[in-house]
Write a protein that binds this ligand. Structure first.
Ligand code: ADP
Ligand code: MG
Length: 270
């Protein structure tokens, strides 16, 4: 029996953190590709007008003339906008700078926070996982992501101010839980760009575990240049150099996430 027949609709997870440059997009792309390697059907939603998740999946954002923007304002269906990442072997709901206009267009709409949710409902039964790469703000776009997600995965760097930023984010999640989405859950915190040799990072990591316990994923993503190089080749790091430390870590993370949410790890036929 496949996961799909046990769970007719996809699990929807946001990759979110209010800070920029913390590894959200890298995590979203590599998790999507890792889940695909483990036999899961994945849709990656690029909710950031920068379109980095789109480009990093090997899709030219400028050629994506029908994209998430048109979907959010009700002018296109997900099925018309989604494209295949041939390198990552998952589907992408692409974005580009068109999406920066969505904030303004959405303001006047009824149920403006619920547009993504109703759009994704069209295709939810076609996927095991829908991952949403959020922009680094708590904007109306991010609210659309959090309003339709079952869970949030937070990538974070173990730096001095990390814990402070984290409590803001956790409070935002609680507020969204109360007001918009009572299915929303913190799935876990992922330590990224980790350097074992830096004492401060070890200390922050320990504090994180003492505050959040099991919510901290066991997998740690190291700082690894291969992960940073991969997007310029239009490939997820786990595909670009699968023997690199970064790739191995994201593969392990994919497995940990599947197990954490009670899914089944399957090896995709090559
Ligand atoms: P965000 O989406 O939160 O803004 P990105 O995923 O774009 O963050 O990452 C910011 C920068 O850090 C990018 O240049 C990316 O390639 C690099 N990066 C992310 N994770 C790693 C890592 N584990 N090791 C090395 N570089 C990384
Ligand atoms: Mg990003």
């Amino acid at each position: 029996m496949t996961t799909a027949s046990q769970n007719p609709s996809a699990r929807v997870f946001c990759v979110a953190n209010q800070k920029g440059g913390v590894g959200k997009t890298t995590t979203a792309i590599n998790l999507a590709a890792a889940l695909s390697i483990y036999g899961q059907r994945v849709l990656l939603v690029d909710l950031d007008p920068q379109g980095n998740a789109t480009m990093g999946s090997g899709i030219d954002k400028n050629l994506a003339t029908v994209n998430l923007y048109q979907v959010l304002i009700g002018e296109a269906r997900v099925a018309d906008a989604r494209l295949r990442s041939e390198t990552g072997r998952y589907d992408v709901l692409p974005s580009n700078r068109d999406l920066s206009g969505a904030e303004i267009d959405l303001v006047g709409m009824e149920n403006r926070e619920m547009q993504l949710k109703s759009a994704l409902a069209q295709v939810s039964d076609e996927y095991d996982f829908i991952l949403i790469d959020c922009p680094p703000t708590l904007s109306l776009l991010t609210l659309n992501g959090l309003a339709c997600a079952h869970g949030v995965v937070i990538p974070m760097q173990c730096e001095y101010f990390a814990l402070e930023g984290l409590s803001d984010l956790v409070n935002s999640i609680k507020r969204i839980y109360r007001n918009l989405n009572t299915s929303l859950e913190l799935i876990g915190l992922l330590r990224v760009m980790f350097d074992q040799r830096v004492t401060l990072q070890q200390q922050v990591s320990e504090q994180l575990i003492s505050h959040f316990g099991d919510k901290v994923f066991k997998t740690v993503i190291p700082r690894n240049v291969r992960l940073a190089e991969a997007p310029s080749h239009g490939m997820p790091g786990v595909v670009y150099d699968k023997s690199s430390r970064g790739a191995k870590a994201y593969l392990q993370f994919g497995e940990e996430l599947i197990r954490r949410v009670g899914g089944r790890v399957r090896r995709r036929a090559a």
